[in-house]
Design a protein. Sequence first.
Length: 376
Amino acid sequence: MARTRTKKKPKVCLVLQGGGALGAYHIGAYQALEEAGYIPDWFAGISIGALNSAILAGNKPEDRLEKLTEFWQRISRPETDVDLPLEMAPMFNMFSASQALMIGQPDFFTPRLINPWLALPGEAATSFYDTSPLFTTLNELADFSLINQQKARLTVGATCVTDGNLVFFDSQRQPLQAAHAVASGSLPPGFPATKIGEDYYWDGGCVSNSPINGILDLAEEDEDLLIFMVDLWNAKGELPQTMSEVLWREKEIQYASRSCEHVEALVAKRNLDHIMGKSPEVVDSEQVPDVTSLKAGKKIDIVHITFNPLKGHIPLSDAEFSRRSIRLRREAGYEDMVQAIKESPWTQRSAQLPAHFHRRQSHGSWIEEQKIEKAS
């Protein structure tokens, strides 16, 4: 495996954003990492990212891709991987999403027999679907005893219903089970809150759809980190021209969580902390905000890849689980991560500062345009 700018082997982290059915993109991204020898030491996820992370962390490295693929096969229907003209994709996708909403997805969720508006107060009156099948599926595909042996670290984020705070459950701090991952994906009002201990939790995306803080806050101070941050929603997009595009663009903005801007601020704080430590006499500590609370290690590289909607996508793409779309999203994740690894931007930044955020540039590369021109 390639080293970072310091030539020291970093801890490899995989951070998976929430996004429902779009999470098939994570399969391809992980596959590319595995093939390149970047085997994650730490998985962090929210919502579908938490489910994928639990399956990856809950298996031996040689079994991870197979089990993750099996998960997506089990929660989709076999007759839905079809070849069709691109102009028919929106109609096909809408039918697939409508099917999920009406009859649920196998081994994942089922509609409640009684409409929650008509049910008596209680769990059945707080959600449209029952997620009991998901508990069984996760326990069959992920070995939580392996996770709790800390072979690979797992961190998942969920929202406490009663106080509204985002809570990160971490395998190095407490034993984890399927309920922790399910809680992270319990998006209301579709899914019911999941009970853990005495509290109830909803989807972590109710507060923030990116679990990056789960790693930056919990990492040891002496750990060098190479973080692959895989997002499913793009904050940037075109001006909508149809109502369908308006509904999709609204979702993108809502769920993108401004994660890139947040990470850039954290990186800036980490670098400022470094400068303060190197040149304390230059900085008036009473006038500069305290940035020492950022606990992540000496060297941090965050590599960001983002899913771009497929042609023919619909506003309900995050609820569209056809095997055709799963296959195409997986292929997109693989291609994007392969390119990011090929360019390896984390090996080309200055070692003068300890933290770097590597975003895909507008020209399609992770390497800054001026560096490409010099190389050519």
